[in-house]
Ligand binder design. Structure first.
Ligand SMILES: *[C@@H]1O[C@H](CO)[C@@H](O)[C@H](O)[C@H]1NC(C)=O
Ligand SMILES: *[C@@H]1O[C@H](CO)[C@@H](O)[C@H](O)[C@H]1NC(C)=O
Ligand SMILES: *[C@@H]1O[C@H](CO)[C@@H](O)[C@H](O)[C@H]1NC(C)=O
Ligand SMILES: *[C@@H]1O[C@H](CO)[C@@H](O)[C@H](O)[C@H]1NC(C)=O
Ligand SMILES: *[C@@H]1O[C@H](CO)[C@@H](O)[C@H](O)[C@H]1NC(C)=O
Ligand SMILES: *[C@@H]1O[C@H](CO)[C@@H](O)[C@H](O)[C@H]1NC(C)=O
Ligand SMILES: *[C@@H]1O[C@H](CO)[C@@H](O)[C@H](O)[C@H]1NC(C)=O
Ligand SMILES: *[C@@H]1O[C@H](CO)[C@@H](O)[C@H](O)[C@H]1NC(C)=O
Ligand SMILES: *[C@@H]1O[C@H](CO)[C@@H](O)[C@H](O)[C@H]1NC(C)=O
Ligand SMILES: *[C@@H]1O[C@H](CO)[C@@H](O)[C@H](O)[C@H]1NC(C)=O
Length: 688
């Protein structure tokens, strides 16, 4: 009994305590150690329990941090004050937080971050983020506050100089400094000189800082740097050549980002210090020229970005024996030699000037799986162009191919051939790839028909785009009836803009998994003519921009999984036949696209209603033209007349039947009378 009382009291104690542990407007987790007060419209820091370890106050409207706002939080490790309205912050406000490791102040209006002389140092603080504020300078005396800082993010402020004050000499483990998006303009030799020796800095981001000039020795002490971004600045290759040279041949740089720097010339000397480089981004550098030997010194390079320049040819990139990804789009290349790049996986050559793909240009690129050749001017492809390549994705869209041939591509998953001039495919064009291919895009070509067996056994195909061809009459005539019969896993089929009027029954017979059908922009007059009955899984149907004068809702009612339809921009006939459809539109749970737009579902007939929205038509007797009643009356007349006719006929038959029998009977009696002598027939018809 006593035990029970004790337990109950204990329980009450714990729950009673619990209420005070968590601030009223916040949510608390993990035994009150995580306190989530984000986005609650708070204007001040709430009272917190001394158990708090992680405190999220982001997305509120806190403007100041009064002294002692965080008093008595000995365990606080993470303090997130992002996206508030803080303006002037001093370190006194944080009080004594002996365990603080991460302090996030991004997205405020902070103009000054003052390190005061009071209070102890935050020796555990590793990460300080003040990005996206109004700072005009790098905070002074920072090591007084955070001597063991590892990451300092001051990006997107209004900092004009990256001169580090002497206090940085006391920050021995500083590894990352992010200053991108400031307005630094120039960097002097002395700016980073204060960094503690040995310099452990690994990552320096100075992208988008309006830099015009960097002094030669500015980075000379940064031999341990592995990440450097100077992207989006107005630096010249001559300037950078000197700066990089001063970093010495012992540099450990792994990632170098120089995109959108107007280099014009990519010289060998520029990059020769960086023998360990793995990622190099030289995209959009206004370069026309790249020296032959540039790549000789980069044996470890894995990702190379050279897109958006004006290269007509490249140096010998086959020396890059570790290359995995190569981005060369938006250049002026008409040839490139990729032979023997055994580690290459992804290549983007789109938007260049290829006209012909030669034989064996990809030989020994054994692991390449994605190749983009979109938007070139390719007219011919050698039979052996893709010999022994195991591509998964090949984009040949926006070229000038006329005939689709087989290139022996065995492992294709996605083949994209839209926007060519294809009007013909050879019988075996797609044969080899049938087992794995999932997406085939032949849209925006000139196909009028296909060889009969071209998609046979394409069991894995999920998306097929045949839109904007001229398949309408072949479909109508049944010449393509078997085309989709293997496509049992097809989910999405595009047949728009094909001048389709009719799709015969059995065209869609085996498309059991088709969920989405696009047949917009055709010439379909009656939805019952396009054989939707077989599409048991259809959930999305787009039949907009056709010639439908009404929609037969019996067709729609058979599609039990329908979720979204689009029947906009059809010339509806708002005579008496439309009400069932309009009622369906008004009541259905199916999402009808564009229905709420005023000009998308309009009557085009009868002429007195043309241009009216079909939902606004009142289908009363008055709006139904008379001729329909006349028509109905005529029908009724014919039916009644026929019934009367039949009745008369029956009566006549019956009547004449009687007369006949009477005649027969007279004849019989006459016969009997004359044959009595012979004694052959003696009985007389009893019905008489
Ligand atoms: C929190 O405060 C309570 C009472 O004031 C005290 O008993 C407890 O030890 C404190 N806990 C910590 C972790 O400081
Ligand atoms: C720190 O800031 C708070 C509030 O902004 C202010 O009350 C306090 O006087 C400041 N302390 C110092 C030392 O600047
Ligand atoms: C930096 O700290 C030192 C010693 O703590 C102090 O003498 C100096 O005035 C401080 N400088 C600034 C700019 O606050
Ligand atoms: C780079 O870091 C190592 C320790 O990892 C250190 O010994 C060396 O002196 C540093 N290099 C420079 C140039 O500071
Ligand atoms: C780096 O340059 C020094 C002389 O400047 C040379 O002795 C050393 O061999 C070079 N090291 C490498 C790895 O090239
Ligand atoms: C490119 O730079 C090299 C020196 O690094 C120089 O010899 C060459 O003339 C430059 N080319 C152009 C086109 O500026
Ligand atoms: C390109 O480099 C490879 C490997 O170093 C070499 O075998 C080949 O001859 C070079 N090709 C040209 C055109 O310089
Ligand atoms: C190929 O490149 C074009 C243009 O650069 C791009 O639009 C397209 O998405 C790329 N294709 C693939 C499959 O990534
Ligand atoms: C569309 O098909 C109809 C017959 O089905 C044909 O008369 C018409 O010319 C075709 N239109 C175009 C643009 O091919
Ligand atoms: C649509 O339904 C609402 C009620 O569900 C009804 O008031 C309205 O008149 C209907 N509109 C048409 C065009 O049928």
């Amino acid at each position: 009994m006593i035990l029970v009382v004790i337990l109950v009291t204990l329980h009450l104690c714990v729950t009673g305590l619990a209420v005070t542990q968590c601030p009223a407007s916040c949510a608390c987790y993990n035994d009150y150690t995580t306190v989530d007060c984000s986005q609650r419209g708070l204007t001040a820091v709430p009272r917190l329990s001394n158990l708090t370890v992680r405190l999220y106050l982001d997305g509120n409207a806190i403007t100041t941090l009064p002294d002692g706002a965080f008093r008595g939080l000995p365990q606080l490790g993470v303090l997130n004050l992002q996206d508030n309205d803080l303006r002037e912050v001093n370190t006194t406000s944080f009080g004594h937080l002996p365990n603080l490791q991460q302090l996030y102040l991004g997205g405020n209006e902070i103009t000054t971050f003052t390190v005061t002389d009071e209070g102890p140092a935050y020796t555990r603080l590793q990460e300080l983020e003040i990005h996206g504020n109004q700072l005009r300078e790098i905070p002074l005396n920072l090591s007084r506050f955070a001597p063991n800082l590892e990451t300092l993010d001051l990006s997107r402020n209004h900092i004009k100089s990256c001169r580090l004050d002497d206090s940085f000499a006391g920050m021995y483990v500083l590894r990352q400094v992010d200053l991108h998006g400031n307005q630094i303009r120039g960097i002097e030799d002395a700016d980073f000189a204060a960094l503690a020796w040995p310099v452990m800095l690994k990552s320096l981001n100075l992208a988008g800082c309006d830099l015009f000039h960097i002094s030669d020795l500015a980075f000379s002490m940064m031999a341990n740097l592995t990440f450097l971004s100077l992207a989006e600045n107005q630096l010249s290759w001559q300037n950078l050549e000197h700066v990089f040279h001063a970093m010495g041949n012992e540099s450990r740089l792994l990632q170098l980002y120089l995109q959108h720097v107007p280099l014009y010339n990519i010289s060998t000397a520029l990059l020769e210090s960086f023998v360990h480089l793995q990622t190099l981004d030289l995209s959009y550098c206004y370069s026309t020229h790249i020296e032959q030997e540039v790549f000789d010194n980069l044996p470890s390079l894995e990702i190379l970005r050279l897109e958006g320049n004006a290269f007509r040819e490249l140096g010998n990139i086959t020396v890059l024996t570790s290359l995995r990804e190569l981005y060369l789009h938006d250049n002026q290349l008409s040839t490139v030699n990729l032979r023997g790049l055994e580690t290459l996986q992804v290549v983007d050559l789109s938007r260049n000037r290829f006209v012909h793909l030669p034989e064996h240009w990809l030989t020994d690129t054994n692991v390449m799986h994605s190749l983009n050749l979109s938007r070139n001017a390719i007219t011919t492809i050698h039979n052996a162009a893709f010999h022994k390549v195991s591509l998964h994705t090949l984009d040949l869209s926006y070229n000038r191919l006329h005939v689709l041939h087989s290139y022996g591509l065995l492992t294709m998953r996605r083949l994209l051939l839209s926007h060519n001039l294809l009007s013909r495919a050879t019988e075996d064009a797609l044969n080899s790839m049938h087992t794995l291919i999932q997406e085939l895009d032949l849209s925006h070509n000139r196909f009028t028909t296909f060889p009969r067996y071209i998609l046979d056994d394409f069991f894995a195909l999920q998306r097929l785009d045949l839109s904007s061809n001229q398949l309408g009459s072949a479909l109508k005539d049944g010449r393509l009836t078997g085309l989709f019969h293997s496509l049992t896993h097809l989910q999405v089929l595009h047949l728009c803009s094909n001048n389709i009027t009719k799709i015969p029954h059995s065209q869609f017979r085996y498309l059991h998994h088709l969920t989405t059908l696009y047949i917009h922009s055709n010439n379909i007059r009656d939805l019952a003519e396009v054989s939707l009955d077989d599409l048991k899984s259809l959930s999305k149907l787009d039949a907009s921009q056709n010639r439908l004068s009404m929609v037969d809702i019996t067709v729609l009612k058979k599609l039990q999984y329908l979720e979204v339809v689009d029947f906009s921009d059809n010339p509806y006939d708002c005579s008496c036949g439309l009400p069932p459809y309009v009622r369906w539109l008004n009541a259905t749970v199916v999402t009808v696209l564009h229905l709420s737009e005023r000009n998308r579902y309009l009557c085009s007939l009868p002429t007195n209603l043309a241009g009216r929205n079909i939902l606004t038509i009142k289908h009363s007797r008055e709006t139904c033209p008379k001729r329909h009643y006349v028509h109905d009356l005529v029908l009724l007349g014919i039916v009644v007349a026929s019934v009367v006719g039949v009745v008369v006929l029956v009566v006549l038959v019956f009547y004449f039947g009687k007369i006949c029998r009477k005649l027969k009977s007279w004849q019989y009696k006459w016969q009997v009378r004359y044959r009595e002598v012979s004694g052959v027939e003696l009985t007389v018809d009893s019905t008489d």
